[in-house]
Design a protein around this ligand. Structure first.
Ligand code: HEC
Ligand code: HEC
Ligand code: HEC
Ligand code: HEC
Ligand code: HEC
Length: 343
């Protein structure tokens, strides 16, 4: 993770802030060094310094102390953005001043250690503070509502002028909408299952896909699902196939909207219609990217994922109608509204 980040064109060809290091390096040593022992000051300094300088302070990718208390070996979270984000999310559930390292159950911790990094994020303000958009909740709708509220845009689309948001790996948020999360199954249950070493059962620290082999499927899935490895593989493949199908349908719809907005900008279409269509593109493109940058290809929450893709297709359709000046009537309540345009 450390090396991939150093050699990606994202850092070689563009200036990036030190905030990139949050999820690609072992953090405690860097923040201790930079803050002279004051973790919060060290974190603030790291976030806003140039990436090229900050990465020279990193000597290791994610390490034991990023997930474990070095004295007790208990699970802990070390990432300030997660500590703040999960407290904001818990507040939406009526839990005030949530302190994750004191209040989370062991079971929750088996997902929270991963959710320090496997989440959607952005860098806030001049300080480049790593921030998770969880103030309103953990769904894609909540994230978009948050970004609309704060007026966040990653880039302006070259062909259409729409102000779009780039999503990245919302694995934890998506998992949280699925049946496994509801049933209390954690990231570690599937991605770090127990394995036997002699007489001992230990947690497999080679974090990877549970579908890697029959052995990993057996260790990760068959503890709860009393069936065969082949059956489990088939169920996952079916989910992936349906996801691919829905994804392609939505992509085509979104591409058609983008093409139509591009044409409209040179054909005398009224500006208010274009603005509405751009707002639909902003929504459709964020939802699309959110689903595609999520890493399980539908598995973590199959029905939810298809629902989000369905919204992409719908936003694309509504955007095309907006260009024609048509406001479709709707029989659903509440009526579908165009998403807010940010200025
Ligand atoms: C909130 C945590 C987080 C932050 C901040 C973060 N990343 Fe990542 N990054 C991840 C995770 C998790 C993965 C693996 C999952 C994936 O590839 O979707 C990843 C994967 C990557 C990869 C390899 C996968 C690929 O092909 O893109 C690169 C390169 C990368 N990140 C670069 C960056 C850069 C550059 C920044 C700063 C702009 C950054 N990351 C900031 C969490 C983060
Ligand atoms: C990404 C987070 C993460 C990292 C990094 C990590 N661990 Fe763990 N570790 C876990 C989880 C999750 C468990 C399961 C804990 C539980 O359920 O109580 C665990 C359990 C353990 C246990 C308890 C025995 C067992 O096998 O269940 C030991 C010992 C341990 N880890 C050592 C290490 C060491 C040493 C390193 C560094 C080389 C390390 N861990 C890195 C997440 C992590
Ligand atoms: C410090 C941030 C961080 C933490 C904590 C973390 N990950 Fe990751 N994870 C990453 C990054 C970054 C990558 C991409 C590495 C690359 O390809 O460059 C990754 C890759 C992965 C992969 C793909 C591995 C492969 O075979 O390519 C899986 C699966 C994964 N993580 C699951 C987890 C789970 C489950 C946990 C919790 C037990 C966890 N991660 C904790 C940052 C993190
Ligand atoms: C019920 C089991 C289960 C749970 C719980 C679960 N995952 Fe997964 N995850 C999977 C499966 C199955 C896949 C698809 C793997 C494949 O097709 O190879 C996957 C894929 C992934 C990938 C992409 C792996 C790769 O090789 O490309 C990442 C990263 C990941 N999960 C992270 C997480 C994180 C983080 C959590 C917790 C927030 C989590 N998962 C919870 C089963 C699970
Ligand atoms: C700790 C127990 C546990 C583990 C481990 C587990 N599951 Fe599940 N799984 C469940 C439960 C509980 C349900 C929900 C059953 C229900 O409500 O009918 C479920 C549901 C499912 C479903 C139906 C999904 C849906 O959205 O309807 C699939 C597919 C599935 N699991 C596959 C897997 C795979 C693949 C693995 C291993 C990577 C796995 N499970 C690991 C407990 C588990």
């Amino acid at each position: 993770m450390l090396i991939d980040q150093r050699y990606t064109r994202r850092t070689l060809e563009r200036p990036q802030p030190g905030a990139c290091l949050n999820c690609h390096a072992s953090l405690p040593e860097i923040t201790t060094k930079l803050g002279n022992g004051d973790q919060a000051a060290g974190w603030a300094a790291m976030n806003k310094m140039p990436f090229k300088e900050a990465t020279t302070l990193a000597t290791h990718p994610v390490g034991c102390i990023d997930c474990h208390d070095p004295k007790s070996m208990a699970l802990r979270v070390t990432r300030p953005a997660f500590i703040a984000g999960i407290a904001e999310y818990k507040a939406t559930q009526g839990i005030k001043n949530y302190d994750v390292n004191k209040q989370a159950t062991v079971q929750e911790m088996r997902s929270f250690v991963c959710a320090q990094c496997h989440v959607e994020y952005y860098f806030k303000g001049q300080e480049k503070t790593l921030t998770f958009p969880w103030e309103k909740g953990l769904t894609v709708d909540d994230a978009l509502a948050y970004y609309d509220k704060v007026g966040w845009t990653d880039f302006t689309h070259k062909l259409t002028g729409a102000r779009v948001i780039k999503a990245q790996h919302p694995d934890f948020e998506t998992y949280s909408q699925g049946v496994h999360a509801k049933a209390g199954v954690t990231c570690a249950d599937c991605h770090m299952s127990y394995k036997r070493e002699g007489a001992m059962k230990i947690t497999d620290h080679q974090v990877r896909s549970p579908m890697t082999s029959d052995v990993t499927i057996n260790q990760s899935c068959l503890t709860c699902h009393h069936t065969t490895e082949a059956d489990m593989r088939e169920r996952v493949t079916t989910i992936h196939d349906r996801y691919e199908h829905a994804k392609n349908v939505s992509f085509d719809a979104l591409t058609a909207l983008i093409t139509d907005i591009q044409k409209a900008t040179t054909s005398g279409t009224p500006a208010d219609r274009i603005a509405k269509a751009q707002a639909y593109q902003r929504k459709g493109q964020f939802f699309m990217d959110y689903v595609v940058s999520e890493n399980s290809r539908g598995f973590h929450a199959p029905q939810y994922t298809l629902r989000v893709l369905n919204d992409v297709t719908d936003a694309s359709r509504l955007g095309q109608l907006a260009l024609l000046g048509i406001e479709p009537t709707t029989t659903t309540k509440p009526a579908l509204q165009p998403p807010a345009t940010t200025s």
